[in-house]
Design a protein around this ligand. Sequence first.
Ligand SMILES: C[S@@+](CC[C@H](N)C(=O)[O-])C[C@H]1O[C@@H](n2cnc3c(N)ncnc32)[C@H](O)[C@@H]1O
Length: 289
Amino acid sequence: MINLKEFNFNANAKPFVKWAGGKNGLINYLMPFIPKKFNSYFEPFVGGGALFFYLKNHKILNSKKIYLNDKNLELINAYKQIKINPNELLEELEILKKNHNKEYFYKIRNLDRNLDFYSLSVVFRAARFIYLNKTCFNGLCRYNAKGEFNTPMGSYKNPKIYDKELIFSVHKTLKNVSITNKDFEIVSLKTKKEDFIYFDPPYFPLNKTSSFVNYIDNFSANEQIRLYELFKMLDYEGVKVLQSNSNTDFIKELYKDFEIIEVGSKRAINCKGDKRGKITELIIKGNYE
Ligand SMILES: C[S@@+](CC[C@H](N)C(=O)[O-])C[C@H]1O[C@@H](n2cnc3c(N)ncnc32)[C@H](O)[C@@H]1O
């Protein structure tokens, strides 16, 4: 058992998983649009949580109620176990790390093909999720139609499966944070006037073959419209709403009554090296000062 008090928490918390669509590359562009004053903070599509950790490290969320949410059950279970069970989680991670090889990777990955997957302990499932994220190809969280994790093993020589200090920093950062696994709309409807909500949905694909559509759920045009209706309503009610999305005609047309800012961002996850680099995204801002 590790004594939390012995640990140096100075290491800044940051995303503990690689996440497709992670917002590290967009933070500098988002910062000017973070409202100066707000009450509670909401991220209904938290993913790796790049903006949340950044705001937290910069003390922008001090003394605020924070609500993080994502539809990915295994991801949210990992957040919850870091929050409540960091020591046991680290013990499980150490076992996975010691045993790591190709055969073991596929054995662990394929556990979700078994009917009793959800009877495995929540701590083990969280460790499995982090282990797969750090050892699979490009950290891609990809599922087949049956909901089974199907990313192959990556070719890392010596993958860093976990970082104890980071797990403890994240643990500390998540204290008093509400973490849920619901549809974005349910969580967003908890906002009140003067709260701030940042939406980072799965991006609308740039084209039909776009590698962006690599999420568990294909966030369809209808889902984008459902999000737009919610965005508009919350804005009308005085909630401070901010969104990032892809620079496509569809999204621009949908949000044409809002302030739209076109920005460049570095996308870290892209299987083809030649597609890495600058691509243009949109920041969509509600009517707050
Ligand atoms: C672009 S990613 C968020 C990236 C995140 N901002 C980051 O920095 O890593 C979109 C997220 O939306 C989640 N998601 C997809 N459909 C959802 C839904 N209906 N409700 C809530 N979350 C959803 C996905 O699991 C994914 O984590």
